[in-house]
Design a protein around this ligand. Structure first.
Ligand SMILES: Cc1cc2nc3c(=O)[nH]c(=O)nc-3n(C[C@H](O)[C@H](O)[C@H](O)COP(=O)(O)OP(=O)(O)OC[C@H]3O[C@@H](n4cnc5c(N)ncnc54)[C@H](O)[C@@H]3O)c2cc1C
Length: 388
């Protein structure tokens, strides 16, 4: 059976790896001229690593990652630690290491692409439309190329063309906060393997150490959708003026051209991910705000489950329906919980933030661990067998 995947992001590449390991003839079409990712980092949790291990791709990702050692949440004075945990405790409990793999997105994409034979990914092909009858799907590309396939997988991100084909046009939902991101040299004050978030009023600053003595930092800052500054680095530095070290120095040591800005969007969960022989996965199906760091992890889990469902037999619509049944509740929980966490994290009121920070300190050992076990301890299940 032939499967075409649209999009060579985390979801599309992992889908191609899983599909090929399941014995399908999978090809990936990517609109970009070459395989690249934005200059930012990403954290992959134990659930994603376990899913990658099921398709023998986990070690390729570990090889380009730094394992989390310790994570801390602080108030923006830098002194008050609201909560912290050691990754080793969860590695022992869940039997997967690292608990969180921290890597540069470009290295992750290269590692996943390296698990595929040459020629599987075809860049420079932007999907612009598709048609299906009962037995085949025909895909059209902006460069005039057409191709046809038994199954089409839309892994083309939050603005997915394949999703629009299934569900019609529908704008994503704006969260109310924008995200500056950057990668800079690691200062001596941040040991390798450290990560954390600093919380203020209406703004948060996250830090993730990366291999190669680098730091990936990200923000959440309340702002109207689409607002842009002439100098994004200066605007970001201004938003975090007066915050404790190392926040200002991380922004200052990032080259201006390397400061990225994206508003945070998601979509309220919907089940309509499959019709006939066409299905969407990852951000195309269930984009989430970044507060739980699980969007890419969900795309990876999707990929493994999709390949396993398609292995069930030749009835493609039934296999795709089984995939949606297996994945909907889990991904909807991530979208909804991440949305709620983002709302609280972006509170602006002085009293509300004071209360939040104190409550978080009390609740984290209980709620935090529950959230970890719900999302990170999860196993998509063995790759070779249908899930009971
Ligand atoms: C600020 C931020 C921080 C995040 N942090 C984390 C984190 O720490 N951990 C985590 O797990 N997740 C994180 N995420 C979420 C994660 O980045 C996404 O969930 C993940 O990238 C989704 O992968 P995907 O392959 O589904 O989509 P994408 O990464 O969007 O990839 C889609 C691919 O399809 C291609 N494409 C699009 N349209 C077409 C077309 N018409 N034809 C052909 N190709 C096309 C694109 O060029 C792209 O290569 C974060 C997201 C943001 C915004």
């Amino acid at each position: 059976m032939r499967v075409i995947v649209i999009g060579a992001g985390i979801g599309g590449l992992t889908a191609a790896i899983a599909l090929r390991r399941a014995g399908f003839d999978a090809a990936v079409y990517e609109r970009a001229a070459e395989l690249t990712e934005v200059g930012a980092g990403i954290s992959l949790w134990a659930n994603a690593l376990r899913a990658l291990d099921h398709i023998a791709a986990g070690d390729a990702v570990r090889a380009v990652s730094l394992g989390l050692v310790r994570s801390e949440f602080r108030v923006n004075d830098g002194r008050t630690v609201v909560a912290s945990y050691r990754a080793a405790d969860f590695e022992r409990r869940y039997g997967v290491a690292p608990f969180i793999a921290m890597c540069h997105r470009a290295d992750l994409i290269a590692a996943l692409a390296g698990c595929l034979p040459a020629g599987v990914v075809r860049c420079g092909h932007e999907c612009v439309g598709l048609e299906q009858d009962g037995s085949r799907v025909t895909v059209r590309f902006a460069n005039g190329h057409t191709d046809n396939t038994d199954v089409l997988v839309g892994a083309d991100g939050i603005k997915s063309v394949v999703r629009t084909h299934l569900l019609g046009p529908e704008p994503p939902r704006y969260s109310g906060y924008t995200c500056w991101r950057g990668v800079c040299p690691r200062p001596a004050s941040l040991p390798p393997g450290s990560a954390g978030e600093w919380w203020g009023r209406g703004r948060r600053f996250g830090i993730t150490t990366l291999p190669g003595d680098r730091v990936y930092w990200y923000t959440g800052v309340n702002a109207p959708a689409g607002q842009r500054a002439a100098d994004e680095k200066a605007a970001c530095a201004e938003a975090f003026r007066g915050w404790a070290a190392p926040v200002p120095e991380l922004i200052a040591s990032t080259p201006p051209a390397a400061v990225l800005r994206n508003d945070s969007f998601d979509r309220p969960p919907t089940r309509e991910w499959a019709k006939g022989r066409v299905v969407i996965v990852g951000d195309a199906a269930h984009p989430t705000t970044p507060n739980l760091g699980q969007g890419g992890c969900m795309a990876i889990e999707d990929a493994v489950v999709l390949a396993r469902c398609l292995k069930r037999g030749p009835d493609v619509p039934a296999s795709l329906a089984a995939f949606v049944r297996e994945r909907f509740a889990r991904t909807a929980a991530v979208t909804n919980e991440s949305w709620r966490l983002g709302r609280v994290g972006q509170w602006e009121g002085r009293a509300a933030c004071w209360l939040r920070d104190r409550l978080f300190r009390v609740l984290f050992p209980l709620v935090g661990e529950h959230s970890f076990s719900k999302f990170a301890a999860f196993d998509v299940g063995p790759f070779g067998e249908p899930r009971a």
